[in-house]
Write a protein that binds this ligand. Structure first.
Ligand code: SAM
Length: 283
């Protein structure tokens, strides 16, 4: 008999993002493991509770695990430097690895204490568990010390929420798609294909706007951006158009929204696009 943990993708914020498979899994679990990260937004914690309230047919139990604090080197800004090179990037990776190991040790102890040997537990993961989420990495650490079967239930990611909100095809015909973070925008940007950017605090977008202005002066083709914040949630924000024109507006709107609400989650994609009229972008 082995304990089983369901890693359930719950979508990017809209209650309707949950799949039938996710709802079935929510009703199969006997306890839900949650990291107490002192999350910036209690709205995100409330969103998870609302999902349980809406879809769980029986009462549920939460088992909280205190998340260890991230050490300073796990928060260092990479400035687009090579993450494999020694220096701040390597320290960042080592810092994150150490933080994940600590979280795995605490979670393993909690699972062992809360779940009987034939029990089924679950973790609710924002969006899809495969995209910029550490849950599966942490569970690999748990499995190093505790016998545990892991079952992953896919979810609608913020990227899908973005493309559907704009009525957009993610890739251009036969072209590549690159996923990256705000920290790595300048390193990963090229005029080929589509660049999708998550986890940006606005500095990645600001840097790309400045880079485009320099490149445009040297004759490079223009870029277009499709941006979305609070996708699937109340007060969803969408904007799209030529980067040179709408990029600065997005930065202003982003700063206003963040100040008003206390937090923001946004995702954007850019690619070379010769359409100059902003009206064509609105959907
Ligand atoms: C830690 S990652 C988690 C991604 C998640 N696993 C997914 O599949 O979408 C958090 C980032 O996802 C994006 N994100 C998640 N939910 C979002 C939403 N509702 N609206 C806009 N961006 C969102 C933002 O880029 C945010 O910085």
């Amino acid at each position: 008999m082995t304990r089983r943990l369901l890693v359930i993708g719950i979508g990017a914020g809209a209650p309707g993002h949950l799949t039938l498979q996710a709802i079935e899994a929510i009703n199969r679990a006997e306890v839900f493991f949650v990291f107490d990260k002192g999350e910036a937004s209690s709205e995100l914690v409330e969103a998870r509770e609302a999902i349980l309230a809406a879809h769980r047919r029986a009462p549920w139990r939460l088992a909280w695990t205190q998340s260890p604090k991230r050490r300073a080197e796990a928060r260092v800004h990479l400035d687009g430097r090579d993450a494999a090179a020694p220096g701040p990037a390597a320290e960042y990776r080592a810092g994150v690895a150490h933080w994940h190991a600590e979280r795995a040790a605490r979670l393993a102890a909690r699972i062992e204490a809360e779940l009987p040997e034939d029990g089924v537990g679950a973790m609710l993961v924002w969006g899809d568990p495969a995209l910029y989420d550490s849950t599966l990495r942490i569970l690999a650490g748990v499995r190093a010390v505790l016998a545990l079967d892991v079952e992953v239930i896919p979810g609608i990611s913020a990227v899908q929420a973005l493309t559907s909100a704009h009525g957009l095809v993610l890739n251009e015909v036969g072209e590549k798609v690159t996923f990256t973070t705000g920290r790595r925008v300048l390193k990963d940007f090229s005029h080929e294909g589509t660049l999708v950017v998550m986890l940006d605090d606005g500095t990645g977008l600001e840097a790309l706007i400045a880079r485009e202005a320099e490149e445009a002066a040297a004759g490079a083709p223009p870029l277009a951006i499709w941006w979305g914040a609070y996708l699937g949630m109340k007060d969803e924000l969408l904007m799209s158009g030529p980067l040179a024109e709408v990029g600065p507006e997005i930065l202003r709107l982003r700063a206003q929204a963040r100040a008003a609400r206390g937090w923001i989650m946004d995702v954007w994609l850019v690619r070379t696009c010769s359409i100059k009229s902003r009206a064509i972008f609105s959907y």
